[in-house]
Design a protein around this ligand. Sequence first.
Ligand SMILES: [Zn+2]
Length: 330
Amino acid sequence: MYYNTIHIPAFIEAGEGILQDLDSLLEESHLFFPEKVLVTQENLYDIFKDKLSGNVFSDIIFCKGGELDEANEIIGRLRDSEAVLMAFGGGSVLDLVKYVATRINNPYLTVPSTLSNDAIYSSVARLTANMKKRSFTVQPPLGVILDLSVIKMSPRELILAGAGDLITNLSAVKDWTLAHENNRESMNELACILSKQAAISIWNYTEDELFSDNFLLDLFHGLVTSGLSMTIAGSSRSCSGSEHLVSHAIDEYFSEKATMHGIQAAWAFLEIERQIRKDAEFADRLQEFYDRIGLSKVIADMIPWKSEDLQELIPYAKRIRKRYTVLNTV
Ligand SMILES: [Zn+2]
């Protein structure tokens, strides 16, 4: 075998108001399915009912999202179905559908209602089982559809969380490079290039541009490219390093102090730069980016940890998974 084979989405579409055209988008992509099942949250469905009703669904399943028990329940309901699943919602709905579709071996599409993390197209689903978050390897989606008018209704903090999750790719690539140098871990250059480029694409934006088409499209494309990078890597390695370990440790061991994934990871990234990698020049530039895009304010509002708390979190972060990062050098 000389080449790697990967699954890539059959189509990626973004546009204003395209939520009502899901059927025609599938048709244009020459994708025909006997049945289409929409999986979403009831409150979200109520908000976007008018648009969604422009499409024909054989069934609509309302879910809470994010829970393994609920996913297994839906697997039971859909076991003999050949329907394509349409996941409409935030990360918790998308992760649930990714897991369900993979287990019943049906195709699925993601239609994100916000851009808060790279769940929109990735081969990892995070679900809660017995009060603990667990990661599952899943099939990537057949397609990703983004309605800009839907995303523009999502809260600012969620968009900033997405920007935070994307920028931490830079940390993950540093950790993978370090693991390659110190631990002879094999590394996939293409996965690293995509991960890094995806992060850099949002580097020059300002807070005023957060809801502009240009920024939202760059963020969307960046998160999709991150997903592709992880698919090529065969794991989350290219987009999840020491900063993600710290964020997962907060979710796992200090859930009462936990907040959005992308905000936690962005906070941890900056602290790791200052305290562990000790790259003051890069840390200053990162801080300047956080200030300019509005991440600093959201971190100050939502993160209850102080800089010095990082040291307390490191032993927990190391326990999360066997992944060599800069934390192993401490
Ligand atoms: Zn992430």
